[in-house]
Design a protein around this ligand. Structure first.
Ligand SMILES: *Cc1c(COP(=O)(O)O)cnc(C)c1O
Length: 364
């Protein structure tokens, strides 16, 4: 007899990580499939990590107190509102584990972040996916209408991964007024540092009015610490305390905590890099649209190239040019399924971005 495994675990969708770059003779390969920051670590961050590595025989600070104070001061919130985890995906798992019983419902947009269906199903909850609008945005009216008395949480991804547009602040305020106060609203702001649209949602500004709002942030993208796994939530203190109770003890390593502190110190340099990536994003967006591709607005560090039935073929064309992008192949042949298929291409090194435009110019 084999060990009995929970049916929800056996039925979980697999998380497909972005593929590593593929070598082609004569071409530098680039990985544009995971929305990583292409810049190498800053020297000051490296030095802090090397110093912290010298005490790897000791457990890290289980309370994450220094990084909680640092983030709280930076964001103008109290440290007790901040909960850290090994990436914001881990914090999302903790949030849903905190509020969902088996059979409860979680409303989220689709397509959206690939991790959501897994995070929803782990505690036995049922995902209620709500299709994006034709311009690849959240349909907040339809999401509000999808809330039932079984709904325990709503996930709002802004900017939306993998399509790029934001939810506006006014839209989100109106939406929150329609959500019952006992239903958690998670505002996933993984790409917030790349946002340049003044109308975009500001999750933290909602906390004063809505005690059910939780903002998710990460050090993986703008701060370039994807390999160290640090993310956090900001919410009212009572919910934060409950989420902390389900946290893996000592999850955030001492080197990761040191890297976060050094990154907060080096924030000006890091945000200058973000500015460079935003400028490259604008060039990519303009170039792709100029080549005739109907790319939706993006406020993140990636662009969405609609490709419909050609998704796999176009991913192959990028692969031939030693560029690894993230294909979302059609799940069927209906117009809606074809419209939801395409390639997510991360903003990368200047040479990578230029090559993306060269390849895309030849795609029809
Ligand atoms: C990358 C990403 C995250 C961050 O994941 P980490 O676990 O913090 O690395 C969260 N949400 C979305 C939508 C993302 O794209």
């Amino acid at each position: 007899m084999a060990v009995r495994i929970r049916p929800v675990v056996a039925g979980l969708p697999a998380y497909r990580a972005g593929r590593p770059p593929q070598a082609r003779p004569g071409l530098t390969p680039y990985k544009l499939s995971s929305n990583e920051n292409p810049f190498p670590p800053l020297p000051g961050v490296m030095a802090a990590v090397e110093a912290a590595a010298r005490s790897m025989n000791r457990y890290p600070d289980a309370g994450n107190s220094a990084i909680a104070e640092g983030v709280a001061a930076r964001l103008g919130v109290d440290a007790e509102q901040v909960v850290f985890g090994t990436g914001s995906v881990a914090v999302l798992y903790q949030l849903l584990q905190t509020v969902c019983e088996p059979g409860d419902e979680v409303v989220h947009a689709w397509r959206s972040f690939e991790a959501y269906p897994i995070a929803v199903q782990l505690p036995g909850a049922v995902g209620v996916p709500v299709p994006l609008t034709a311009d690849a945005r959240h349909d907040l009216d339809a999401m509000a209408a999808a809330i039932t008395d079984r709904t325990r949480a709503v996930l709002v991804c802004t900017p939306n991964n993998p399509t790029g547009p934001v939810v506006t602040h006014d839209e989100l305020v109106r939406f929150c007024r329609r959500v019952p106060p006992e239903v958690m609203v998670v505002v996933d702001e993984a790409y917030v540092e790349f946002v340049r649209d003044d109308d975009a949602a500001r999750g933290l500004d909602l906390l004063a009015e809505f005690a059910n709002v939780v903002v998710l942030r990460t050090f993986s993208k703008a701060y370039g610490l994807a390999g160290f796994r640090v993310g956090f939530s900001v919410s009212e203190p009572g919910l934060a305390e409950a989420v902390r109770a389900v946290t893996l003890p000592f999850g955030v390593s001492s080197v990761a905590q040191a890297a976060v502190l050094a990154s907060l110190e080096a924030e000006q340099e890091l945000l200058a890099r973000v500015d460079a990536l935003v400028a490259a994003r604008t060039e990519l967006l303009t170039g792709l649209r100029g080549a005739g591709h109907p790319v939706p607005d993006t406020q993140a560090n990636f662009v969405w190239l609609p490709a419909g039935s050609r998704t796999a073929e176009w991913a192959g064309a990028f692969e031939q040019a030693a560029l690894t992008v993230r294909p979302f192949t059609p799940t069927g042949t209906s117009p809606a399924e074809l419209a939801a298929a395409g390639l997510r291409i991360s903003v990368g090194e200047p040479e990578a971005n230029a090559r993306v435009l060269e390849v895309a110019a030849g795609l029809r």
